[in-house]
Design a protein around this ligand. Sequence first.
Ligand code: PLP
Length: 399
Amino acid sequence: MTCSKEYIERAENAVLHTYNRFPVVFDHGEGVYLYDLEGKKYLDFGAGIAVFSLGYGNQEYNEALKNQIDKLLHTSNLYYNVPMTEAAEKLLKASGLSKVFFTNSGTEAIEGAIKAARKYAWLKDNSTDHEIIAMKHSFHGRSMGALSVTGNSHYQEPFKPLIGGIKFADFNDLDSVKAQITEKTCAIILETVQGEGGIYPAEKTFLEGIRKLCDEKDILLILDEIQCGMGRTGTMFAYEDYGIKPDIMTSAKALGCGVPVGAFVLNEKVANSSLKPGDHGTTYGGNPFACAAVSKVFDLFEEQHILEHVQEITPYFEERLDGLVEKYDFFTQRRGKGLMQGLVVEGRPVGEIVAKALENGLVVISAGSDVLRFVPPLIITKEQIDEMVEKLEKTIDGQ
Ligand SMILES: *Cc1c(COP(=O)(O)O)cnc(C)c1O
């Protein structure tokens, strides 16, 4: 039998080393558990970075994909296909927005959102020096456009010059956003709940203030819901809980629940006056296979009452995490919304906890430099939350 060690060595020889990976080769999954090549079982509170919301091996989901594989995988965007139409309608119904463009990743969704905002502004005044305000500690992706609005100098520095006209403000500080606004500002982009930056939910007054500011000045509000959307915080999109809507929204990660797909979604105002034929495109985006996944994900969310479940189980999850903050001095704070939670770790490297937990059969991930991140499948049960806490305590006490 070929063991993990051999595959790890072969991967390091073949795959460009852009990730310091943990020494595990996952082989298959079942529900909220993953199994490595040697058959060791792991409780998964990472879900492939907030992707596998329905868990592994969901029969209905798998059947829908298998059927679509046998029917048709790809046609290109020169033609129509049924799954794209159905997925688009379901996404619009869920988001309350007006038009969708499917991409293959979150990064591409951000690129499209930036282009739509720039085009909207260009159509208004025919000038090309429009500015976008982004947030410090944000994460929007690694391509040149998405990287340009990612407020992390470590990620940006080696790749400059990036796209021009980007300004950064402090998240949850409305005055700091106001200070960056000029008559050239065309859009403000932010995550409704900052993910990679360390699990920071937007404050209600902040988001309301931004929405108002945008309305007053016809600035477009772009909400990145790639990580916090698709039910993770207890509503289909996190902004619903704030009583506001974005002009442009980006989705990916759990949108396909394991199939690579993203989308940017526009309200009517932007859809009517931005990207036109020839302005934007993709070979694979909106292909029948990925869209069959999206379409089935929306159906299963409804059938399995996923949102209700997240709302119901969140208080228990928070209570157990708060218990950890009380018990251990180095957990100084819990932050988050729904099943997107972080524990702030002080005085010991969070990477060490993540690595040790993995050895103990628990998948958790980090966010920022000092946050232990929990983004489990949304089907998680109380018993599995208990199991997670038990494994984490064992990890910590054994350290
Ligand atoms: C993951 C992520 C992205 C990038 O998505 P990819 O699918 O990795 O390209 C963008 N924004 C946020 C908030 C994310 O969490």
